[in-house]
Every structure is written in structure tokens, then in C-alpha cells.
Design a protein around this ligand. Sequence first.
Ligand code: PLP
Length: 358
Amino acid sequence: MIPAAKPSIGAEEREAVDRVMRSGMLAQGPEVAAFEEEFSALVGGRHSIALNSGTSALHLSILALGIGEGDEVIVPSFSFAATANSVQIAGATAVFADIEPDYFSLDPNSAGAAITPRTKAIMPVHLYGHPANMIELQKIADKHGLLMLEDAAQAVAASINGKPVGTFSQAASFSFYPTKNMTSGEGGMVCTPDAEVARKTRLLRNQGMEKRYANEIFGFNNRMTDLHAAIGREQLKKLHAWTSKRQRNAAFLSANIRGVITPPTAPWASHVFHQYTIRVVGQDRDRFAEELAKRGVGSGVYYPTPIHRLPSFGLDLELPMTEQAAAQALSIPVYPSLTDGELETIVEAVNSVAKAGA
Ligand SMILES: *Cc1c(COP(=O)(O)O)cnc(C)c1O
């Protein structure tokens, strides 16, 4: 069985963990500081603050921006629940807008229509590694005086007109969960151009203190450990080669797959293919996935239920493109360690299931 996702962990990561173990200093320390500095190079030198998860990155950056009680943040409903959960946990309200039909990301028109006097920010998601349309969304934010955030959990190293994601907002959040394009085991990063937001995020990460026992505000323990940072630093060195391999794998799949809709890339975007997500039309997506599994190909449904309809939100909204994507989207393997033979197996399996169902 070809799994749907597979992290690449090498001897370098194992040795890096061992190095930290032998140092005897396991919690946040020099490895985290070095990881932050090295990651900053990916986002045009912006401040980078490492955290224990991507969810913590979203949560703390929302708090650091002063968004909370009584504020609304516009988010897509077609995403991982953490996108909207982080808004709610910060005390604000997630307001759901629809996605556009091509790239699975926030529709600027729908986002614009969701603005109310309470709207404080727009937080698009660069879903599956394809950047959201930040140019159009920024125009709307400027017109209404709103903050921009980015949920860049799935899109490390993606770009818009050559400018990296994570540089289109007051605060961007990345995730290093094992299935993401690079991992630290668990982990996340906030990137911001604003020194004060960076400082506030650092305070929130560590009990509200910069100087020991001089707590300035209420804070959490959302620190990354040096063990995790050491893994992340090694992964960072390999990221560019992995991204190229993901893009080559995606190009091969798109050139050879028939009978389903393959994922397009906008002319202004560089897509890093966190997921390679097809749309199954004219037949049942879940049956399609079962048939792929019978042919040895794993796949993933991200996300079967739009966030607004999860029991935690329980909202009845009309978001037709979101509903359509939730019914059609199927992610097939695209990760860098796929062999040529496995890529051919994937193509043959998809084409035969598509043909049988047509
Ligand atoms: C993975 C992910 C998150 C959360 O990151 P964690 O590191 O798992 O906490 C948030 N948003 C999106 C879109 C994600 O894919």
C-alpha cells in the first residue's frame, strides 16, 4: 500500500536529536533561537517565533494582534478546524466565507460580503500548498481598514509573484506537524514584520515574561523544545529539494491522470503541493477512495465536513463552493519520497477507477 502521506526523516535528524540529548539542555534554548533565525530567511527576514504547534502559532498571533472579545475574523470554512478554533479560543468570533471554485481558498468576493462593523481581520488559508489570493484580499482589507493574517500551515516556501507566503500579513502561522512539508515532530512558527507583535508573541509563549519572574502579562507555556527545533533545522536544509520533488511529482500526475479534475495552479502562484488534491465528479468520492485502496493507493479526504457544520460550531450557512469541495476533494500521494514506479501505480489506479465509474 502506498500511504497517503509519509514524513521523510533521515540520519541527520536522528543525529541532531542525539546532539541535543547529549547536551543535557532539552527545553527551549539555542536550537530554538537558531531555528527561528534560519526560518526567517524563508520569509524575507521577518521576525520568527517558534512554538509547540501550528495551532499555538495561530492562537498566540491572534492574541498578540489584540484581537479578542467582540471582534470577528473572516475565515474559510473549507480548512482544518484549527483555523477557526484559534479565533474562538482567542475569544473572538470566526465568520465563515466561501472558497473560490479553482484553488480551494478564500473567495475575495465572499470575504468582502462577510464584513460587518465588528470585523477586525481576514485570515485566508493557503490550502494544500496553493497560496490564497492575497492581492485581491489585501485590497478588501485596505478598503475596510482590516488586519490580514495568514494560515500558512500547509504552504511553507509557496509564493505569489515570487514573494513568499508568510510575508502578506501582520502575522502568518506555519505548522511543523509530521505530515506537513517539513516537520519538527510537533511545532509551529509565527512570522511578523512588527517588532511589538513579535515581542507580545514571545511573552505569551512563556508565561508572559521576558525576564525571569518579571511576568508582564498573563501567558502560556507554548514553547518549542530544543529537541524539536534540532529536527526542524535539519528539515529546513532539505526543504528546497523536497519542494522541487513535490512539484515534479505533481507535474507527472497532472500530465497523466484522466477522468478527474486535477489541481490547477494560478498564473501568479507557486504551489508547493502539500497535498495533490483531485476533484472526483460524476461518482461518489468515498467509493472512489475505496477503489483506490483496493489497487494499493492510499488517499485522504481533507476535509469531509466544512468547519461551520462541525458539532463545535453547528452553523447552517449557504457556502456552495465549500460544500462542493467537501464532497469532491480527494488527496492522493505526492510526497517527495515517492518512486517513479509508485507514481505510475498511482496514475494507473486513478485512471482505472475513473474509467470504471464513468
Ligand atoms: C496543520 C494545520 C494547522 C494546525 O497545525 P498543528 O501544528 O497541527 O497545530 C492549522 N491550519 C491548517 C490549515 C493546518 O493544515
